[in-house]
Design a protein around this ligand. Structure first.
Ligand code: RB5
Length: 149
């Protein structure tokens, strides 16, 4: 898959690890930064990743900040993005199967590289189930468009 990845300073070290993990797994990875632990603002990295996913330039996105929360909030402002902050592989599976989540956010200050690998593998290795879940995801899209669900 083509994956866009980004982080702020608090997610930088884990971002470097996850990027290597994704490349080793065979993904085509585009890193939008940041490039060090010098303080930056997480929305500046959420935006390009979210736009790439929403436009179809990227199949999936990964965003890492200290908690993963700000990145999820910012990414979800872009229509077409369904970003989820996940710390447990079981929820990564559910986010894919039921919600067709297309952006994964991780908490760089609260997650080991080993746990991140498990969550990433679950997120990238699980397909959307469709069916009744597609009907519900379609209703999320209608909310974005200001239509009645
Ligand atoms: C930066 O200190 C921190 O606020 C940021 O990385 C993130 O956790 C915000 O949600």
């Amino acid at each position: 898959m083509r994956v866009y990845i980004g982080s702020d300073h608090a997610g930088f070290l884990l971002k470097e690890h996850v990027k290597d993990h994704l490349i080793e797994a065979g993904h085509d990875v585009v890193d939008v930064g940041t490039t060090s632990e010098d303080p930056v603002d997480y929305p500046d990295y959420a935006r390009p990743v979210a736009l790439a996913v929403a436009s179809g330039e990227a199949d999936r996105g990964v965003l890492i900040c200290g908690s993963g929360l700000g990145m999820a909030i910012a990414a979800n402002k872009v229509h077409g993005v369904r970003a989820v902050q996940v710390t447990d592989p079981e929820f990564a599976v559910l986010a894919r199967q039921h919600n067709d989540a297309n952006v994964l956010t991780l908490p760089g200050r609260y997650m080991s590289p080993e746990q991140a690998d498990k969550v990433v593998d679950a997120f990238f290795g699980t397909e959307f189930e469709g069916g009744r879940h597609a009907r519900r995801v379609d209703k999320i899209t209608k909310i974005e468009k200001g239509e009645d669900a």
